[in-house]
Design a binder for this molecule. Sequence first.
Ligand code: ADP
Ligand code: ZN
Length: 792
Amino acid sequence: MPKRLVEVALPLPVQSAFTYRVPEAETLPERGARVVVPFGSRRVVGIVVGPASAAPGAALKDVSEVLDESPLVTPPLLDLAAWVSDYYLAPPGECYRLVLPPAGIRASRAVARLGDGAAAALGLADDPIVAALREGPLRVSTLAHRLGKDPTSRLQRLRASRAVVVEQDLQAPGFRQVRLAVLVDTAASARGPAQAEVLERLRQADGRQRVPDLLRDRPALRGALDRLVALGTVRLEEERSVRTPGVPAGATPPPPDPTEDQGRVLAPVLAAVARGQFATFLLHGITGSGKTEVYFRAAEAALDRGRGALILVPEIALTRFLVRAAVARFGDTVALVHSELSAGERHDQWWRIREGDSRIVVGARSAVFAPVADLGLVVVDEEHESSYKQDESPRYHGRDVAVMRAKLEGAVAVLGSATPSVESYANAIGGKYAHLRMPSRIGASGLPRVQVVDRREALKAGSDPILTPPLREALGLRLERREQTLLLLNRRGYATSLLCRECGDTASCPNCSVALTLHAGGRTALCHYCGHQAPAPRGCGVCQGEYLRLTGYGTEKVVEAVRAALPRARVERLDRDLASRRGAVEGVLAAFEAGETDILVGTQMIAKGHDFPRVTLVGVIDADVGLGFPDFRAAERTFQLLTQVAGRAGRSDLPGEVILQSHLPDHYALRLACQQDYEAFFEREMEFRRTMGYPPVTSLLNLVLRSRDPREGAAAAEALGRRLRDAAPGRFRVLGPARAPLARLRQEHRFQILLKGRRSAMRAAVRQALRDRYGEVRWPGVSVDVDPVSVM
Ligand code: ADP
Ligand code: ZN
């Protein structure tokens, strides 16, 4: 008798999958199908990761329900999920979830039904899909199952001819519907001004309007609408609709002819796309060299061959230029996937992509898992950005996952940056990636002039610590000329700490071992790590002293200083404080782009891929901010940030100027950023990495154990450290355990063990240790970070 056993990954933070039996009455689910299984006293939805070979000793439980006859996504995506779980030592349940539809695990299903008479009229009666649908509508997954093979492309053709209609199954739970308000009684009279306004709005919309649109700018009308519904004057209907999230409008310029540089780098990329085989390119093009156009031409080539394309960006809101250009160029076939989408929008986008309505996906990190069928190209723009690394489990790196996905799909990966990560550059030099360069800027202005102001000298001469005289003067000049300025300070808030003048204590977070930052002009105290927020303390928590002093400064204070120095200037701020309000980032960027702002002050958020033609000055208030961090990537990050922000100046025909204020003007990261000399920086940085044994010379694996009880945490860390040392000889080094640099976070004590050496050996040892986790030692929470981007 055939064994009907399957391995099922459950949404639990455990390393292994569980074995279940499939009852005879159910079809044997394939890998990637969702099943409902009993777990303890609960029923949970899991994902079949494969057949189970042998039954473990204990009595097996039955699968309660098979939700999908066949998997919702293609084998390469399932392989990708399995790879992420294996490589990053992450729970399989969490990894499979990345590739499945987002809005609840039991989201809607795509259902196909016959179009109205079209099939017969078109002479398609013999088509197997049409034949299968004669009996009635079927789920697309069922069709795939019955016909033995994924019928997606055939289905697409039938849809194009309108022979088959595919729609979402509204019965399926998790599908958010849009409500439509319909005016029933056109002659009805209103009671009160609010009802009158609702009726007036509906009349203007010809008696029908979606409720969200009706109430968009006037949420207070909700009550009046409800009363009109109760009175029977207005009826609510369900309208099924796919929400296409706000795509920024803009004119559609014809695509430019490639420049010489673009033509040269495109030749091998287009050839690779045409071959349809895996290849990885590092596109190293300075800021303003025209990388976007290279991405787009490569994407067109993929589309021409009937394949899809994925363009990853660090953050959609900060990539307006690219996003807008993509929509202008490719129209409806672009799907935007990012964190500001509502659950419903996310869900719709997933299905649009899955059903082949979107062939090009532009999105942030998690879009690397978008269900684009037959992927031909993956682009990772600004590949050096650390935001590609997810900082919670599964701790994957979007860029590395993108390369792996390209490999599994037989696609071409293009990693683009003006300041490649040291890892990628080493891969390019080593021949693992093909190396493409675009060394010159488009347009006449060339690279901006860079001036370094030594703040030590300036302070001695009695200068304002925020705006030194050269920067102040340059700002004034821009105002006169009606040109714009970006001012970078990579530290948000008003003051960096609150110090007691009597005992010297610094106000710190009750949950974390970090100083509280002051915001809102010094009135609010905020922890940047756990989000704890409270009114700024009036007295010292230690000695009750009344005299507290604000020290250090952040972006808020810079805005204040600029307003004081240049009262006529229109100044705005862009940082994470703003990002919590939906649409606020876009608002500030749009105002700056429209010329309604003269000076934009911000954190690294202003340094990204913006293209503002009227910016001729970039000022860096304190270029040393990142250098003080005890992290092996401090110099790399600083070099990248300064080079990127400098690249924002003088992007049109107006020449650009950059002023860096620094205490450490001789530091190589600064000096070489000023000279925009990437190669020299890389050589210098590699020397440091070789000496210290840091990536890419060696691999890292970081373990952080967390516990509310410091003794329990320390003991567990010791035990884990010993176990790993026993497994280590000659293959990797075990550093620690030690208190993590961030010793306490969200009320948990943190202990760190850093492994350095051969990645495969480290992963094997940690995997084994985690398997034994429920053995003799009871371990508290442990987070595993393979290839950490930072060890702070
Ligand atoms: P990067 O991403 O490399 O910093 P962009 O892609 O933003 O550079 O391009 C810089 C500017 O050059 C943009 O304004 C873009 O519209 C323009 N540009 C790009 N390619 C061409 C071209 N072939 N001809 C004319 N202008 C171009
Ligand atoms: Zn905190």
